[in-house]
Design a protein around this ligand. Structure first.
Ligand code: CCH
Length: 291
């Protein structure tokens, strides 16, 4: 730790590792919540904090953590993320020197790595913004739409088809909640383990429209216990997306490599390079490597 008179200290990688370790403890301390882990909802917070980026105007992204402010906090896409922000607030109380943008994106890194996913290169430097920096509603994807909507949203962030397919594979984790999005159920049988099962199941199962009064979603014909959103299904119904989905279904290492690269980049959207306090992203250690 480098002490700077009057400015506090400049945190080192070891300091951020301490924050990482604390988040890992919180993820595990979920009791009966969902599938026993806060990992998926923290990953969703990191993604929604970053996925508002617009490359044309340079606005949005993870820099200012504007989801702290209304109306962005109340955007429909962010339903349920108050829970994740509340968990992160506990960490912020202990490590008050970290910015919210760094904290939330680091939360996404911890979630992926601790649930068995690839290492996600990450570095600090985001600063806290103000309510005036909040993004307009409609920048995050709408699950009821088709491939052109998905492309419009992710192209706006600067991603290509391959990166889109890699990123959506995060739906191996977690579940939909009727109380949050209207949709219901998990995508895979192991929603707290990061795998390429999202793609495997898309190809291996027969997907039929669920008969219910809720929003249009698919269910697997065999067990009726898994779900796919309309936007998930375009990963196999759209020719260009399907090519990548097939490759990830067949090669878990390729998925891990491509997810890591795309997600690491997603977490840096909207952050001016000069703001980063490290010239290259770091690989943070997993919690059990620290013991
Ligand atoms: Fe997602 N996601 N997501 N998603 N998402 C939902 C839940 C999670 C879309 C819609 C939804 C990504 C891309 C998309 C996670 C990570 C990522 C839900 C249910 C909807 C709806 C929310 C609820 O009810 O709780 C759409 C549409 C797209 C793209 O078109 C990307 C990219 C990522 C991360 C890299 C995770 C994790 C969850 C589970 C959250 C939980 O609480 O279990």
């Amino acid at each position: 730790q480098v002490a700077k008179a009057g400015v506090g200290f400049v945190p080192s990688k070891a300091d951020y590792q301490k924050v990482y370790n604390r988040i890992a403890e919180i993820i595990d301390d979920a009791g009966e919540y969902d599938d026993g882990s806060y990992g998926p909802v923290l990953l969703r917070l990191a993604w929604h904090a970053s996925g508002t980026y617009d490359k044309e105007t340079g606005t949005g992204g993870s820099n200012y953590a504007t989801m702290r402010f209304e109306p962005e906090a109340l955007h429909g896409a962010n339903n349920g993320l108050n829970l994740a922000r509340g968990l992160m607030e506990k960490v912020k109380q202990e490590f008050s020197w970290i910015s919210y943008g760094d904290l939330w994106t680091l939360g996404g890194v911890v979630a992926v790595q601790e649930m068995g996913g690839p290492k996600i290169p990450w570095r600090p430097g985001r600063i806290d913004g103000f309510a005036k920096d909040a993004t307009p509603d409609g920048r995050l994807p709408d699950a009821s739409q088709g491939s052109s909507h998905v492309r419009n949203i992710f192209y706006r962030m600067g991603f290509n088809d391959q990166e889109i397919v890699a990123l959506v594979g995060a739906h191996a984790l977690g579940r939909c909640h009727t109380s949050r999005s209207g949709y219901e159920g998990p995508w895979t049988f192991s929603p707290t383990t990061f795998t390429n099962d999202f793609y495997k199941l898309l190809f291996d199962e027969t997907w039929v429209w669920k008969k219910w009064s809720g929003p249009k979603q698919l269910e697997d014909k065999k067990t009726k216990s898994l779900m796919m959103l309309p936007t998930d299904y375009v990963m196999v119904s759209d020719k260009s997306f399907k090519k990548y989905a097939k490759a990830y279904a067949e090669d878990n290492d390729l998925f891990f490599k491509d997810f890591s690269a795309a997600f690491s980049r997603l977490l840096e959207l909207g952050v001016p390079t000069a703001q980063f306090t490290s010239s290259a992203p770091w690989e943070m250690g997993n919690a059990d490597e620290q013991k």
